[in-house]
Design a protein around this ligand. Structure first.
Ligand code: PEP
Ligand code: MN
Length: 368
């Protein structure tokens, strides 16, 4: 049931279909909205029609949306094509207008999620309603801010919520428009396990050519749906032209998506997975025992350095560790970057522990 889409459910246990949301970046004209909806309504996989009515643009004098004037166009989409519609809201007034025109769901955009005052104003405007609310990640990679916005909306009594992962601003050179930082979305899924997380490959990639692979990656990670910008004539779009795709291309992408499930219904698979996991469990125990053994040696080294007034950090030792372990790890077919990160964590912990030894009461060391 579409109305159940955003219910807080334990998605790990449910095998519900992913939620696909599509529609133009902006509602440009009534004809463009209806043409897009007409084409999308023929694709049964698409459950929600999206369109921006108020557009937060980086620079003034860009097209900032048609505002209230466009809301009746979306009401037409509901009437003529039976589709549910959703709109971005950035102020309490936008929320009131969406409620007035019977918009089915709203989302909070990345530039709004960053501001707790605005999110709170939106939450206050939502009190007493039961409209589903989707919260895009803040533009900066800050998981707490994202969770905080979701908490403010939940605090207003909204029960049907979802998060939208649309990528993060980054100064690093990346092929993406907004770096996906998948780890942040994964962390959100583990911190809020009942919350559906929808991926927005359009804003992440900023370009048509990368949407299919990014959508697939989201499915591989177990995300619960996709929001994809769709326009009948993408190149002529008034906003985000480079990342919009036609409804026909959207159909191709959705049809060829490999949907993965949290659980299988196959006992043979379940048994085999369970058997392999038990092996991993015991290897993890061995791994931690070895790490603990390493720490006991580090302790002896720390005490010895302290007695001899030697610095804790020895750059040449770190270089030597890096070089030898990388060569050894390579022989074991471990990724170089992974070995580096692992060694860094071990080395950081060793420095921390030796610093603690340096400043601890010497009486504690009598037994050593
Ligand atoms: C949009 O969905 O068109 C939009 C403005 O998104 P974001 O808030 O992710 O930039
Ligand atoms: Mn857009």
């Amino acid at each position: 049931m579409v109305t159940q889409e955003f219910s807080i459910r334990n998605t790990q246990e449910s095998e519900s279909e992913p939620l696909f949301i599509a529609g133009p970046c902006s509602a440009e004209t009534e004809a463009q909205v209806l043409e897009t909806a007409h084409e999308l309504s023929q694709n049964k996989a698409v459950r929600f029609f999206r369109a921006g009515v108020w557009k937060p643009r980086t620079r003034p004098n860009s097209f900032e949306g048609n505002g209230e004037k466009a809301l009746p166009w979306l009401t037409e989409v509901q009437k003529q094509y039976g589709m549910k519609v959703m709109v971005e809201t950035a102020t309490a007034e936008h929320v009131e207008l969406c409620l007035k025109y019977g918009i089915d769901a709203i989302w909070i955009g990345a530039r709004t999620t960053v501001n707790p005052f605005t999110v709170q104003e939106i939450a206050d405007a939502l009190k007493g309603t039961d409209i589903p609310v989707l919260v895009k990640n803040p533009i900066n990679p800050d998981l707490k801010l994202w969770i905080g916005a979701l908490e403010r909306i939940a605090g207003a009594g909204i029960t049907r919520m979802a998060a939208i992962h649309r990528g993060f601003q980054s100064y690093d050179n990346t092929v993406y428009r907004y770096a996906p930082n998948w780890d942040i979305a994964i962390e959100l899924m583990s911190e809020m396990p009942g919350l559906p997380v929808i991926c927005d490959p359009s804003h992440i990639t900023g370009k048509r050519s990368m949407i299919a692979e990014t959508a697939q990656k989201a499915m591989d990670l177990g995300m619960h749906g996709l929001m994809i910008e769709t326009h009948p004539n993408p190149d002529a779009a008034w906003s985000d032209a480079a990342q919009q795709i036609t409804p026909a291309r959207l159909k191709e992408i959705l049809d060829s998506l490999q949907i993965r499930h949290y659980n299988s219904n196959d006992p043979v698979f379940d048994n085999e997975l369970e058997r392999l996991r038990r092996k991993v469990d015991s290897i993890d125990e061995e791994l931690l025992e070895v790490v603990a053994k390493r720490m006991r040696l580090i302790e002896r080294i720390g005490i010895y350095k302290k007695e001899n007034n030697i610095t804790i950090f020895q750059p040449q030792r770190l270089t030597e560790i890096r070089e030898t372990r990388t060569v050894f790890g390579n022989k074991l077919q471990l990724e170089e970057d992974f070995i580096r990160r692992l060694l860094k964590d071990l080395h950081d912990e060793s420095i921390r522990f030796q610093t603690e030894i340096l400043y601890r009461e010497s009486s504690k060391e009598k037994s050593d």
